[in-house]
Design a protein around this ligand. Structure first.
Ligand code: F6R
Length: 614
């Protein structure tokens, strides 16, 4: 939700900002803007639309300067427009601010500042910040850093901000609460950014700013890290592991397609070093310290949103089935507000690709207050959720930039497969030979995905062409394939804007069957063995009503071929891993349908990759 990037140093800031904004565009893409300190004046250029449109405008303006801030927006307060785009500037024209988050008490601050004569031109919550900082500077006759600090003490809500002032052209300020912000430290130059991607080719040295911390970066190479209560903090400078290649398209047309094709590797990476096949052992270093507490817990409660919630549902099926432990899965946004009965006997596991999802973060903070042990299963290293958790496992899927989650989902499921087996091993719920069999199946999964990607893509493309104009889709599956059906439907709706529903196949007759006619594509996931016959009966019910059945089935499933219009074959595997294989053609199906419909696959309308507002 909004991307921010800022630079102070000796280089031209604009090329760094614009490149950084393109990398951060996954966070929001309805408008963008930059402000540069240009020969004693502030040049401010902002524009409704994508970063490329801003670039066109800025190139014509040929702005220069070695201090600057840039923003790409996902609208919360006020529609996408030039006026509502960031940066926002103070009434005296001195102070510019970019912001990611929501200032919850902006209305009362706005009313007060309006009474004092300040003019507001946008509908945004953010605009209160430059005016408030100006007002504080006027009243306190203080430097910018003190005014920013005092202003931040007056606001409630979430923010990551970057600020500079015409009067102090050697200072750039950043601060955060609830929204991510990192500082990149170069040779006498500094960067601020929502994530490491804008910084990566300039420096590997970064500081992850914590909540309620503010950093003052000086052009002379010095910097100061303090809390907004004015306490000095010792910065923890870390080395970035990210590489440039992993955030580029690498010859693919879209990040989503690249990420779908990366899954053999991302699943391998999520498992690498965690399985000792010779001795049939699982090593989850992050969890080991809390092993006794996890094994003795009354219940595991998984909290997540969206696709990560679907991975959570699969985790529930796996942990209950394989490890016989009690699991519940909660939408973080509901859990945090519904006064759940939880205590120190419960383990909370937060799942999040970005590690920044506001509802998931708030849910774990609430559970922490109640004494629960908090574990995080996240992809982005150093993000807020892992930092707020007691322990956890990274998914190691690598950067996921396409807004629709693909490789992060399958990596989450693989990690939960390992967690389920780790608990099973410790609780002795599986025999040694069965455990080895399951681990072996996980080990060969990447090669199965590799061959599946090769064998199914052309077929999926043809099916996409045939159904590109459908207005509705149903996705049905049983058991382990029900969460995968939900995920398949979500993928389709978010990138192609076709309405799609996922259902347990047996639930169909309790309502959705009324939707079935000869126009309705119904995707059946029948590649799990345990409920195969029963799912086939559901397929019969759809076929009898002339629904268009597209089936995801195991190689050599002759029965389904008699019933379905299209069959996409996937390799055999254990039932608990079958949703991973079923997800691959479903991801491709949504990708190719969206492409056929001319949709922006990597940046679907209204969405953003990192949902840092509730
Ligand atoms: C869908 C998608 C979203 C995210 C959700 C949670 O493709 O990406 O539904 O899964 O916003 O995000 P994370 O996993 O970052 O917490």
């Amino acid at each position: 939700m909004c991307g921010i990037v800022a630079y102070i140093g000796t280089k031209e800031a604009y090329p760094i900002l614009i490149k950084g904004l393109k990398r951060l565009e996954y966070r929001g893409y309805d408008s963008a803007g930059v402000a540069l300190m240009n020969n004693g004046n502030i040049s401010l250029i902002k524009q409704k639309g994508k970063v490329s449109e801003l670039e066109e405008l800025a190139t014509k303006a040929s702005i220069t300067g070695t201090l600057g801030i840039g923003h790409t927006r996902w609208a919360t307060h006020g529609p996408p427009s030039q006026i509502n785009s960031h940066p926002h500037i103070s009434n005296n024209g001195d102070i510019v601010v970019i912001h990611n988050g929501i200032i919850e008490n902006f209305q009362s601050i706005k009313e007060e500042l309006t009474r004092r004569g300040y003019k507001f031109i946008s509908d945004t919550d953010t605009e209160v910040l430059p005016h408030l900082i100006e007002e504080i500077q006027k009243k306190e006759k203080c430097a910018l850093d003190k005014a920013v600090r005092l202003a931040l003490n007056e606001v409630t809500g979430a923010y990551a901000i970057a600020v500079f002032s015409k009067k102090e052209p050697n200072i750039l300020i950043g601060a955060r609460k609830g929204s991510p912000l990192i500082v990149g430290i170069g040779e006498t130059e500094f960067f601020l950014a929502s994530d490491a991607s804008p910084v990566i080719e300039y420096t590997k040295k970064v500081i992850y700013i914590n909540d309620e911390e503010m950093v003052t970066l000086n052009r002379d190479g010095n910097f100061e890290l303090k809390t907004i209560q004015n306490e000095e903090k010792t910065p923890n400078i870390q080395e970035l592991e990210l590489n440039l290649e992993s955030i580029e398209k690498g010859g693919y047309d879209h990040f989503m397609l690249k990420e779908i094709h990366e899954q053999p590797k991302s699943i391998y990476d999520s498992v690498r070093g965690r399985v000792d096949l010779t001795n049939g052992k699982i090593k989850l270093g992050g969890l080991e310290e809390y092993k006794n507490r996890i094994m003795a817990s009354r219940r595991i409660v998984i909290v997540a949103c969206g696709t990560s919630w679907h991975a959570g549902l699969l985790a529930e099926y796996m942990i209950e089935d394989l490890a016989r432990a009690n699991v519940e899965v909660e939408y973080a946004s509901e859990f945090r507000y519904r006064n759940p009965v939880i205590d120190e006997d419960d383990i909370i596991i937060a799942i999040s690709q970005s590690g920044e999802t506001a509802d998931t973060l708030a849910a774990i903070e609430m559970a922490k207050q109640k004494g629960c042990l908090i574990l995080g299963v996240c992809n982005v290293v150093g993000s807020s959720i892992p930092r707020a958790s007691h322990a956890g496992c990274y998914t190691h899927a690598g950067p996921e930039i396409g807004v629709a989650s693909t490789k992060a989902f399958t990596a989450q499921v693989s990690v939960f497969f390992l967690i389920a087996l780790w608990i099973a091993e410790n609780k002795n719920t599986l025999s040694k030979s069965r455990l080895n069999q399951l681990l072996h199946e996980l080990e060969i999964l990447p090669s199965k995905i590799e061959s599946l990607l090769k064998s199914c893509e052309e077929k999926v493309k043809a099916i996409a062409k045939e159904y590109k104009d459908a207005t509705n889709f149903l996705y049905l599956g049983r058991g382990y394939n029900f969460p995968a059906a939900l995920e398949g439907a979500l993928k389709l709706k978010e990138i192609s804007y076709i309405h799609a529903e996922g259902y347990p196949a047996a639930e169909m007759k309790h309502g959705p069957i009324a939707l079935i006619d000869e126009e309705m594509p119904v995707v059946f996931l029948v590649n799990n063995i345990s409920s195969h016959e029963k799912t086939l009966s559901n397929v019969q019910e759809v076929a009898a009503r002339k629904g268009q059945v597209i089936a995801i089935a195991r190689h050599g499933d002759t029965q389904i071929k008699k019933l379905a219009k299209h069959v996409i074959e996937v390799p055999d595997t254990e039932d608990c891993l079958s949703p991973i294989l079923a997800s691959i053609p479903l991801q491709l199906l949504s990708y190719y349908i969206a492409l056929e419909r001319g949709c922006n696959v990597d940046q679907p309308r209204n969405l953003a990759k990192s949902v840092t507002v509730e």
